[in-house]
Structures are given as structure tokens and as C-alpha cells.
Design a protein around this ligand. Structure first.
Ligand SMILES: O=C(O)[C@H]1NCC[C@@H]1O
Length: 397
């Protein structure tokens, strides 16, 4: 039976390519997302949010996706003339502003596609035969990101294509520390889990920006010394980070630090990462983001924020590599990210922040991504359940 022949012309169709980076999915929409109004990419992001959130939900949530799905929507033209292509990132709650794991996946896909309907500026991507890499300028909502993709030269059988055996790397927008060692007094009315260690009513956190804002808290601050990745501790961290995020968002002593120097739309707390030392040059991070998705990858934008923090604390110098592991790579050896500060810079505030200056660093992150499927999603007429998807939330124990 030819299912496609049976679909009527009114059925909505989205073409997608699925990839994963250290286990974290990226669902790349290559056809079928409506064109977005607005001049700037941030305006297009707002328009996607306001007018096409049902499509995001259809792509991310059940029955086509799941609570921890992640997506990328290609935007062929943006206001950033230097960019080869733009992208909007999406997840279970909305549209984010930066995503490292998806950037790594997109790097490979954008080299491999030679379809100008998908990537009209494909010819602008520069291939360097001596290093066998291609350089791509990707416009993410947080700004311009330079992506370097290992590439196999053209042969008789194949055009240029990405080389999965070497890692993709990207240089992100300037990353900075918003506040260090902020002592947060825990609200006792919110049943903080017992993991908050003995009789403490405060937790020390850092807040840093790596294309999105992250609150960083050590496992030790939350009362843990080992066994971070067992199912029961993950459930407790999920609970604790949900409460901590809510608290930072709602308390002006904390939320006052979540401001971007130039762009108000970038000033929101995206995630809380529980961090732990793994070895002298490696760390583990459990990143809970959006509506408590747990990142399977080591969180590229979170790595940028954490590298900025390590530099600010004088724990590391420029060009020192550090390895970052996730809930998955920690266990299964599924690959890690390497994060390296490559340049010091400053950001000058504008508007409300005119006259203020932030010390920042540019960070390079590298990791591997792989294809998992290429498919066509359909929405049949009359299928109201799957039109905007759903999430089945199970009660916490
Ligand atoms: O790698 C990253 O930056 C992301 N992964 C999911 C959450 C973040 O956006």
C-alpha cells in the first residue's frame, strides 16, 4: 500500500532529518515550516512562538516526539549578512537562543546537503583542502557562530561531504559570568528535597551566559558526594533544579543578574546544570533545561558558560582543553565535548546597560554527531490529538 498516495493534498507535511550528538536528538526541519515574519532572527523567533507554536509542539511532543526532544528550524535569510544560514532552536517548552549539540549536528547536515532549496547559500561555505574542513557561519538567535566541519573532498562517486570520524567544532558568541558565588536562601515553604544537606537553608550558585543563561550548582552544594547518575539521584536533581530555577526566576536578588548586555530577548534563565568534577581535566554536568528536559549531550552552550566561569575563577587559562561529560557519555562512553577558551573580549552594554562592561571569553566546543533517520511527518485532517502533540506526565514519587 502506498501510504503517501492516500494522503490528501490538505494533509500537512513536514520533512525532517534526525541526528544525535552524544545521544541528544536534533530534529532538523528541512521542509514544511511556514515562512516567518519579522526582519531580525529574534523577531522571527517571536513570530514562530506567536503563530506556529502548534507546529513546534507537533514536532517535539508525543506521538511524534517525546518530552526530551530537540529541534532546529532552518531560516535561509536573516538580517546578519555575513551568515550563510540562520536557525531557530526548539524544545518541549518553546524556542531557545543557542544550542551547541544542535550546531554540531547542523554543521554536518549543512555540508552534506547540496539541495539549494534547503540551503540556498550552500556555495558560500568555504572548503579548505589542506585541513579538510569546511567553515560555515551560522546565525543563531544569540548571534553569529562559526562552525568548522571535517570534510571529505569530492570524489568520483560523491560530492563534498562531512567526515563523521573527526569532531565538528564551533566558536560561539562571547560567554561571560553574570554572578559568582551567589548565596541563595531556600524558600522553606516549597518542600526542598531532603538532599539539601543537613540543616542548611542556603545554596551557593553561579550564573553564566554561553548563548543562553545557566545557573550552575555543584552536586556537593546540593548535598551529594557521589553516585550522581543513578536513577534515584537524577529524580532528586530534577526536583531540586526545578525548584531552584523557579526561585532564581522569581527572586529579584537572583533574576537581577540574568540580563544580557545588549539584547533584552536573551535575558532569561534557560537551565540549571548540576556540575561535578570527574578528573583533573574533566567534568560531569546534568543539564535540566526548558521544561526540565535532561540533556543527553554535555550541553555545548552550557560548556561555554562553564568555561567562562573557569576562566573568571582563574582555574584555567586560554587554550587549555577541558573535557565535559553528560548523563549519557558519563556511563556509556558515548563521547564527550571538549571546551576551550580561545580569546578574551569585552561586551559593552547598550540601552538600559549603557556604560557597563562585561569581561567575556570566546569559547570553542567540539563533539561528534550522527544521522539517525530522514522522514516525512504528516498530520491528517481530523487528527486533533496529534495536531499539537501532548505530553504524558507521570506523577513524581
Ligand atoms: O548543547 C546545547 O547547547 C543544548 N543541548 C540541549 C540544551 C542546550 O540548548
Amino acid at each position: 500500500m502506498d501510504v503517501f498516495a492516500q494522503l490528501s493534498s490538505g494533509d500537512a507535511v513536514l520533512k525532517i532529518v534526525d541526528m544525535h550528538t552524544c545521544g541528544e536528538p536534533t530534529r532538523i526541519v528541512i521542509q514544511g515550516f511556514p515562512s516567518l515574519s519579522g526582519v531580525s532572527l529574534l523577531q522571527k523567533r517571536a513570530s514562530a512562538k506567536a503563530h506556529h507554536d502548534d507546529i513546534r509542539q507537533r514536532l517535539m511532543l508525543e506521538p511524534r516526539g517525546h518530552h526530551d526532544m530537540y529541534g532546529a528550524i532552518l531560516v535561509s535569510e536573516t538580517e546578519e549578512k555575513e551568515a550563510d544560514i540562520g536557525v531557530l532552536f526548539c524544545h518541549n517548552e518553546g524556542f531557545s537562543t543557542m544550542c551547541g549539540h544542535a550546531t554540531i549536528a547542523l554543521g554536518r547536515f549543512l555540508i552534506d546537503t547540496h539541495d539549494l532549496n534547503i540551503f540556498p547559500n550552500r556555495d558560500r561555505v568555504v572548503f579548505d583542502p589542506s585541513s579538510r574542513t569546511s567553515l560555515l557561519k551560522l546565525h543563531a538567535p544569540c548571534g553569529l557562530v562559526q562552525v568548522s566541519i571535517p570534510t571529505l573532498p569530492p570524489s568520483q562517486n560523491f560530492p563534498l561531504r562531512s567526515d563523521p570520524s573527526r569532531p565538528v567544532s564551533f566558536e560561539s558568541v562571547p560567554s561571560f559570568v553574570a554572578v559568582r558565588d551567589l548565596v541563595v536562601t531556600l524558600p522553606i515553604n516549597r518542600q526542598w528535597p531532603q538532599l539539601i544537606s543537613s540543616q542548611r537553608d542556603t545554596v551557593r550558585i553561579d550564573i553564566a551566559y554561553g548563548g543562553a543563561f545557566y545557573a550552575l550548582v555543584t552536586a556537593q552544594e546540593l548535598g551529594f558526594s557521589s553516585g550522581l547518575c543513578s536513577p534515584s539521584t537524577i529524580a532528586q536533581f530534577d526536583h531540586a533544579t526545578r525548584l531552584l530555577k523557579m526561585h532564581v526566576q522569581e527572586t529579584s536578588e537572583c533574576s537581577a543578574f540574568v540580563v544580557h548586555p545588549t539584547e533584552p530577548d536573551l535575558g532569561f534563565l534557560y537551565s540549571v546544570i548540576v556540575v561535578d568534577q570527574k578528573g583533573p581535566t574533566s567534568e560531569l554536568g546534568l543539564c535540566f533545561f526548558a521544561d526540565q528536559e535532561l540533556d543527553r549531550s554535555p550541553t555545548g552552550s552550557g560548556v561555554c558558560a562553564r568555561v567562562a566561569l573557569a576562566i573568571a575563577k582563574h582555574e584555567r587559562d586560554l587554550f587549555e582543553n577541558h573535557e565535559y561529560h553528560s548523563v549519557v557519555s558519563h556511563k556509556a562512553g558515548a563521547g564527550s565535548f571538549v571546551g576551550t577558551a580561545i580569546e578574551r573580549t569585552t561586551l559593552q552594554g547598550t540601552g538600559r546597560h549603557f556604560g557597563r562592561q562585561w569581561d567575556a571569553v570566546k569559547v570553542r566546543v567540539s563533539g561528534n554527531a550522527f544521522y539517525t533517520s530522514c522522514s516525512t511527518m504528516v498530520l491528517e485532517r481530523g487528527d486533533s490529538l496529534s495536531a499539537s502533540g501532548f505530553t504524558l506526565s507521570l506523577p513524581e514519587n
